[in-house]
Design a protein around this ligand. Structure first.
Ligand SMILES: [Zn+2]
Ligand SMILES: [Zn+2]
Length: 241
């Protein structure tokens, strides 16, 4: 057996390491990192002040409940995200989700870990649950990106996860083309808790890649609470504004 380092050097000669997001060759410094320095720098992080419920950022403003949280019923206690869904991060999530560039889970895990730790200081976190895919979509794609993120987070923090507690029992059309109200209506009864014992009385953190209107995670949260979860909080990598 070759020592791992020698093997890596050899592989670098045949396949020069490129940034999986922008395809540029890594400089010497960036070599140990999964994405290049330029891509990393282009990520716009979400900082307080935020809407205390859904985490909508107010750059330069004051924290207050946003219009959507005042108007709509939120089943989750709070949602927190890492950065804005745009540019480099959007590209990274796309490559992870649709092209299966799995080393990116490290980058996304680096973003998620501190946010999860922050949430843990605010509320009870007993178990991580991924937003599920419908079985047909799962077969098409071959993996659930949210589950990969959950496993990465569980490995880093030691928080257990439940991959089959929540299921998507109905297929839904692609949500992008639908209006907010239609999106919410479309999701009624779509998620079901399959293993109540796994979540009963627990502080659940529901994990997904992107937060858009919050309709999906809200519906998941409703199902989890109905099945006896003590509280549901939501964690995503990125937020679309
Ligand atoms: Zn790059
Ligand atoms: Zn809000």
């Amino acid at each position: 057996m070759w020592p791992a380092r020698t093997l890596h050097r050899f592989l670098d000669l045949i396949f020069p390491p490129v940034c999986p997001v922008c395809q540029s060759l890594f400089d010497g410094q960036g070599k140990d990192r999964v994405i290049c320095t330029a891509c990393r720098k282009a990520i716009r992080f979400v900082h307080p002040p935020l809407c205390p419920r859904c985490g909508l950022p107010y750059p330069g403003g004051k924290a207050h409940l946003c219009a959507a949280c005042l108007k709509e019923r939120r089943y989750f206690a709070l949602h927190r995200t890492c950065a804005l869904y745009e540019g480099t991060l959007r590209e990274a999530i796309h490559r992870f989700k649709y092209q299966g560039v799995f080393p990116l889970k490290q980058v996304l895990g680096d973003l998620l870990e501190p946010v999860l730790k922050g949430m843990r200081r605010e509320l009870r976190v007993d178990v991580l649950v991924p937003v599920p895919l419908h079985i047909r979509r799962l077969r098409e794609r071959g993996f659930n990106q949210a589950l990969l993120l959950v496993k990465e987070l569980s490995r880093r923090t030691g928080i257990p996860y439940q991959e089959r507690a929540l299921a998507k029992i109905k297929e839904t059309p692609v949500q992008i083309s639908l209006k907010k109200r239609e999106r919410a209506k479309n999701l009624k009864g779509v998620f079901q808790v399959k293993d109540e014992e796994a979540i009963k009385g627990k502080g659940v953190v529901l994990v997904d890649d992107v937060y858009t209107t919050g309709a999906t995670v809200n519906e998941c949260s409703r199902a989890l609470l109905k099945a006896g979860a003590k509280q549901v909080a939501v964690l995503t990598v990125a937020r679309a504004l």
